[in-house]
Design a protein around this ligand. Structure first.
Ligand SMILES: NC(=O)c1ccc[n+]([C@@H]2O[C@H](COP(=O)([O-])OP(=O)(O)OC[C@H]3O[C@@H](n4cnc5c(N)ncnc54)[C@H](OP(=O)(O)O)[C@@H]3O)[C@@H](O)[C@H]2O)c1
Length: 318
């Protein structure tokens, strides 16, 4: 089987495809998953360029990637036999961009409901989960107004929807080409980050600014117009707000297994929609990561594996 490997800090173009033995199921708590999708995340690119060395020290070489969606093909003796042939999503802390993987931590594996496609479900990892974390961290309540930068990205497209589900008013910042996407997701006002934001912002009644764009000057412009406002960023650890009355928090964290089940249920009922920008074969990982860095986002880019199997129709325990 093949895996995408980082063995230097020379960035996207230094990634390599390595052939490795198919992992053997020796741990009775593990399951072997045939990978179908993995999300392409800024976290991968930041690790490849060494920008996360402080916050995420790694010993090279590593397999790239964080999340996966796939089908369980082998089940350890201490796991439930019902998992066999079950579509799942999960977090693989040792790297997910590989054709087969062993998932050995039960709380990091989530069965996908029958009516949710595996591709859609995969966008929950590193997308909906981070958005839900941000929503909880911000302690938003119904009727409040939240302004979201980076709203067109994988986390942002979910955060706009989750904030609306929580009864909040949403002002979204994104590129003009993504205006209709943001409106369809529930944003009541959309600001184009290429035009002066001060002119576009018609209200200063914003309870919370959530930053997913990681652009300090964008935050400076918005906060200058807003005055006292709580700012939560998932992207800028060291931002210094210009005004002392602005409370700034950087946060990084996780949600509970039950939260993942809730998010998947929202996809099943249609209360949440997964936004997928593009799907590319895993062998085109460099192209996919360049697209992540250079194209205007519209949700998540996914790498695909097992092309034929991706047409798989989910039958319980088939
Ligand atoms: N702390 C945590 O726990 C956690 C978890 C997940 C993600 N994150 C971070 O959250 C951020 C969003 O993640 P993601 O997966 O949603 O990334 P993404 O899909 O690449 O989306 C990034 C978003 O930011 C916008 N953006 C980027 N640079 C910008 C700039 N200079 N000015 C204005 N907008 C800009 C993008 O718009 P365009 O595409 O139009 O440029 C896009 O809407 C990333 O920084 C990621 O590392 C943190």
């Amino acid at each position: 089987m093949q895996a995408i490997v980082q063995d230097s800090y020379n960035g996207i173009d230094a990634l390599t495809l390595a052939t490795r033995p198919t992992p053997k199921l020796l741990n009775p708590l593990a399951v072997r998953v045939e990978t179908h999708y993995t999300p392409v995340m800024p976290y991968d690119v930041l690790t490849e360029t060494g920008q996360l060395k402080q916050r995420r020290p790694v010993k090279l070489p590593i397999v790239v990637g964080y999340g996966f969606g796939g089908i369980v093909r082998e089940v350890g003796q201490l796991r439930h036999p019902r998992l066999h042939n079950q579509p799942v999503i999960g977090i693989q802390l040792t790297g997910s961009h590989q054709e087969q993987l062993l998932s050995a931590l039960p709380p990091l594996l989530f069965p996908v409901p029958q009516s949710v496609s595996l591709a859609d479900a995969t966008t929950v990892i590193g997308g909906a989960d981070a958005a839900y974390f941000a929503l909880k961290k911000a302690q938003l309540t119904a009727g409040e107004t939240v302004l979201i930068t980076g709203a067109t990205g994988s986390v942002g497209t979910y955060l706009v929807q989750l904030a609306r589900l929580a009864g909040c008013h949403v002002i979204a910042v994104g590129h003009s080409s993504r205006h209709s996407l943001l409106t369809e997701l529930g944003a009541e006002q959309v600001l184009d980050y290429n035009r002066p934001l001060e002119e576009q912002l018609t209200t200063t009644t914003v309870d919370q600014l959530i930053d997913l764009a990681g652009n300090a000057s964008l935050l400076d412009h918005l906060s200058a117009r807003l005055g006292p406002v709580n700012i939560l960023s998932l992207a800028l650890p060291d931002y210094q707000p210009a005004f002392p009355e602005q409370a700034f928090t950087f946060a990084s964290g996780t949600i509970m297994p039950g939260d993942y089940r809730w998010l998947l249920d929202q996809l099943a009922t249609g209360a949440l929609t997964a936004v997928i920008q593009e799907q590319l074969p895993f062998t085109a990982v460099k192209t996919a990561q360049h697209h992540l860095m250079t194209e205007h986002s519209a949700g998540r880019i996914l790498l695909t594996y097992q092309q034929e199997a991706n047409n798989y129709v989910h039958e319980p325990n088939d």
